[in-house]
Design a protein around this ligand. Structure first.
Ligand code: COA
Length: 258
């Protein structure tokens, strides 16, 4: 199967590489792109992937977030549907039956960070910049970020990052536990290949069992939290600050919030 805005390659060792391929828009995620990612995950699983790398095309971005030009005029019901789709894709990444690695080279903002958070491991290039930047668009993380970021970095750091929409470099991201590893830019691709190859070479059935067991640690409370997040996120659409934040971005000016 082929898609317009993503590519999927599964090599002979069982390493699947799923690349978001909209470099002119810094790999921002449209509905079509999210749906394609969902289909590609199914295809990678059917092809027997033993490890999966999630990456962004081009030199500038991993994924610069959900597509703001799509979101700017969404109603609450439309936003709810978009949140449901984003959650489905993030959940599919999280429960993919082989280890997943987010290869964060460049910008990872908003929904891009949220897809990375759904991966098992996050490796960042030294020059990467990360942030849950939604607050400056008048919204909040809506594809699992409030729950998964908090789990990963702790409540206080998550609140600082989400309340302030801070854009942090890879070194700080590693310091707070947002990413597990930082690699020099010129060694990045080789390191991703090496790590994915190593993961794919492990016993696949045991790795899958380990992943299921490790993921189960958080299941009790996360579901309620995620449902709450979807409602809260969608409820922000149609507010002055959401429209203003997104319009200001698209018009390349500073927002004037209420
Ligand atoms: N949604 C839609 N389009 C986006 C986008 C997004 N999340 N992020 C970037 N783009 C588009 C820009 O609108 C621009 O398109 P244009 O060339 O048609 O004007 C193109 O990608 C390049 O982005 P630009 O802002 O011109 O590049 P830059 O190098 O000056 O800045 C960023 C790069 C990543 C710092 C900046 O694009 C940015 O802050 N993006 C939004 C990040 C964000 O808040 N994401 C969270 C969304 S939930």
């Amino acid at each position: 199967m082929t898609w317009d805005t993503i590519t999927l390659d599964v090599d002979a060792d069982g390493v699947a590489t799923l690349t978001v391929d909209r470099p002119d828009q810094l790999n921002a995620l449209t509905v079509d792109t999210l749906e394609a990612i969902g289909e590609a995950l199914d295809e990678a699983e059917a092809d027997g992937a033993r490890a999966l790398v999630l990456a962004g095309a081009g030199d500038e971005a991993f994924v610069a977030g959900a597509d703001i030009s799509y979101m700017v005029e969404l109603s609450t019901p439309e936003a709810q549907a978009y949140a449901e789709l984003g959650h489905r894709v993030a959940d599919a990444i999280e429960s993919f039956p082989a280890p997943t690695v987010a290869a964060i080279d460049g910008y990872a903002f908003g929904g891009g960070c949220e897809l990375a958070l759904a991966c098992d491991l996050r490796v960042a290039a030294e020059s990467a910049v990360l942030g849950q930047t939604e607050i400056d668009l008048g919204i909040i993380p809506g594809w699992g970020g409030t729950q998964r970021l908090s789990r990963l970095v702790g409540d206080e750091t998550a609140k600082r990052l989400v309340f302030l929409g801070e854009r942090i470099d890879a070194a700080e991201a590693a310091e707070v536990g947002f990413v597990g590893e930082v690699v020099a830019d010129d060694a990045f691709d080789d390191r991703i290949d090496e790590l994915a190859g190593e993961l794919a070479a492990k016993p696949a059935f045991a790795t899958r069992a380990a992943k299921e067991a490790l993921n189960a640690v958080h299941d009790g409370t996360q579901k309620g939290g995620l449902a709450l997040e979807r409602r809260a996120w969608a409820g922000l659409f149609g507010t002055h600050d959401q429209r203003e934040g997104m319009r200001a971005f698209l018009e390349k000016r500073e927002p004037e919030f209420e």
